[in-house]
Design a protein around this ligand. Structure first.
Ligand SMILES: [Zn+2]
Length: 166
């Protein structure tokens, strides 16, 4: 599933990328361009704008909350997102990450990190390096927390809520 987020959902976009989903986010697109991109690339549009969800010819999800955690929860639940393999895509530019040899990141990460970590990922597009540190652990816990908070919601979701064609 490929996603497209409107200009109000930048923080959610980073999370969805970290979960591994191809998430397009261009904060400066107007409504017309958003709709055109969603249709052209077959992306599900996530938006805070009820008016946008009435457009035909694409799938979309009306994001109901301004709170990031509730937005993540709604997206995971209603789009049936998998959360088992996070941290596979660059949160900044949406490119799938590649494994990086430890020696290749020497001098490019803090010395303490280089000494204590064995596994690194590289974004081939923007050249950022990622590793499993505190931030990573925090996000894992956050995802686990969100999932355990709403253990039964998966079964209550109606398919048509994620689709505005009907
Ligand atoms: Zn990147």
């Amino acid at each position: 599933m490929k996603l497209l987020l409107d200009g109000m959902l930048g923080r959610l976009a980073k999370w969805l990328r970290l979960l591994g989903y191809d998430t397009a986010y261009f904060p400066n697109l107007d409504d017309h361009e958003l709709v055109r991109l969603a249709r052209a690339q077959g992306r599900v549009l996530l938006t805070r704008d009820r008016e946008l969800t009435r457009r035909r010819g694409m799938s979309c999800l009306l994001v109901e909350s301004d709170e990031l955690e509730e937005q993540i929860q709604q997206a995971i639940t209603e789009l049936h997102l998998e959360t088992e393999q996070p941290f596979s895509r660059c949160p900044v530019c949406n490119t799938p990450l590649q494994e990086a040899e430890k020696l290749s990141v020497k001098g490019r990460v803090p010395p303490y990190v280089f000494r204590t970590k064995e596994h690194f990922s590289l974004c081939p597009e923007c050249d950022r390096i990622y590793w499993q540190g505190t931030h990573w652990d925090n996000m894992r816990q956050e995802i686990a927390h969100i999932r355990s908070d709403h253990p039964t919601k998966d079964h209550q979701t109606k398919e048509e809520e994620a689709n505005c064609n009907q």
